[in-house]
Design a protein around this ligand. Structure first.
Ligand code: ZN
Length: 418
């Protein structure tokens, strides 16, 4: 009799939790004959990023065991209900869940009544990685290297990243880089091959996570006598250029150049070319090339389009009225970008000319320092930057007198650019 009571208690619990068949009276009392059902369950993926949906799938056997199943998760050592879903006629179920926290979850599925449970299983929820991005420059000369670099967090979220460029409204893959597994750092060096504004981003190699985008512009420049077409590659030719004049020292510079029968290029400021027309005319009469260094030496990249046009247009007019034919522009401080280049190209003086040898003569480091800096740096195609204006240029005059014979003794010929 005690045994029969115990069996009855089990039967009541089972009938409450699931439709477990209960046998009829076998003549000796109420007896449960059916085994409890089974529930299989597993996640649709063993690991997933936080916030991404997945499905817990499984099967209830027998199919009639329960109409509903509940996914449970271990929280603080106790099983806690999480989500529920219906059981299909064939016993299959699929319960969608979306983990909202990073961690390793221990889960199981129970029948709606609670007494029948599946085996436990684990689900790893990883953080969504972030990829930072920065470009090493916002404006670079065509084909110069620019580095796209950043960090992947967490560092092991992806083993490689792919740079992408926005082309015609679509992100197009460019170059792949390995991610440092310890630091998450990556770096991609590219050499832009066309004049454009580049919008770029970096995606994980899996493709689902990408950085924000960065932009940089490319421009065309010439800073080498070969670029400027006055020397063949490797030819021992250098060019002398004088900026910021004309002024009080221009005549002395011209005298030194005449002494050695050397032609140079003067990048004049329009305001001084207008103020000292005789110096400008002598530069031209002596056979030197005269080109534009703007009207009054602003940073062109900081000016409006119309202000840049004024700087270039007024200066060009002064040179042309004196009989010159300016064919290039040297932006003050070498500061230029794609927008400035576009405006420069509107003028017939289409080339931007920088330099590649800078003795910093304007700092007045001493005649000897100017000479040794130039001689230590010249190479075929060198464009040497010196100054005949902007301050006291006595050192520049003396250095030039020493430099020309040394340059020539080193086997170089000196030709004007532009
Ligand atoms: Zn200057």
């Amino acid at each position: 009799m005690r045994r029969a009571v115990a069996v009855l208690a089990v039967a009541v619990t089972a009938s409450l939790t699931a439709a477990i068949p209960v046998a009829a009276d076998d003549g000796g009392g109420l007896v449960v004959t059916a085994a409890a059902g089974t529930i299989s369950a597993r996640p649709s993926v063993p690991s997933i990023r936080v916030g991404r949906p997945l499905t817990i799938r499984g099967r209830v056997t027998p199919a009639t065991l329960t109409k509903t199943v509940v996914v449970q998760r271990v929280v603080n050592g106790k099983w806690s209900d999480r989500a529920s879903g219906p059981v299909a006629g064939d016993g299959a179920f699929a319960v969608p869940i979306t983990p909202n926290a990073v961690g390793t979850y221990t889960l199981r599925v129970r029948s709606a009544g609670g007494s029948i449970v599946s085996s436990r299983f684990t689900l790893v929820v990883a953080p969504i990685p972030t990829i930072s991005i920065a470009a090493s420059a916002s404006s670079i000369a065509l084909s110069a290297p620019v580095t796209i670099a950043g960090t992947v967090r967490p560092a092991n979220a992806t083993t490689s990243v792919v740079s992408q460029r926005l082309v015609g409204g679509r992100w197009v893959d460019r170059d792949r880089a390995i991610v440092n597994p310890k630091t998450g750092a990556y770096g991609i060096v590219i050499h832009p091959a066309d004049i454009a504004t580049y919008a770029m981003r970096v995606r994980s190699s899996g493709g689902t996570v990408h950085s924000t985008s960065v932009r940089f512009s490319t421009f065309r420049k010439a800073n080498d006598a070969v670029d400027l077409g006055v020397a063949r590659p490797g030819e021992r030719v250098v060019s002398l250029t004088f900026d910021d004049g004309p002024g009080a020292y221009t005549t002395q510079i011209l005298d030194v150049l005449a002494k050695y029968h050397v032609k140079a290029t003067f990048f004049v400021l329009g305001q001084y070319a207008q103020r000292y027309p005789d110096y400008l005319k002598r530069e031209l009469r002596d056979g030197h090339h005269v080109a534009s260094h703007s009207w009054d030496h602003p940073t062109l990249t900081k000016l409006s389009d119309s202000a840049i046009r004024t700087q270039l247009g007024w200066t060009q007019d002064v040179i042309v009225r004196a009989g010159g034919a300016p064919r290039c522009v040297r932006p003050p401080y070498g500061s230029t970008d794609a927008r400035v280049e576009q405006i420069i190209s509107e003028f017939r003086s289409s080339a931007t000319v920088l330099w590649n040898v800078d003795p910093a003569d304007w700092e007045r480091p001493g005649t000897g320092a100017i000479v040794s800096r130039v001689m230590g740096a010249i190479r075929p195609g060198a464009v040497i930057l010196m100054h005949d204006g902007g301050g006291s240029r006595g050192q520049s005059v003396a250095a030039l007198d020493a430099l020309i014979p040394r340059i020539q003794a080193a086997g170089y010929s000196i030709r004007p650019i532009c």
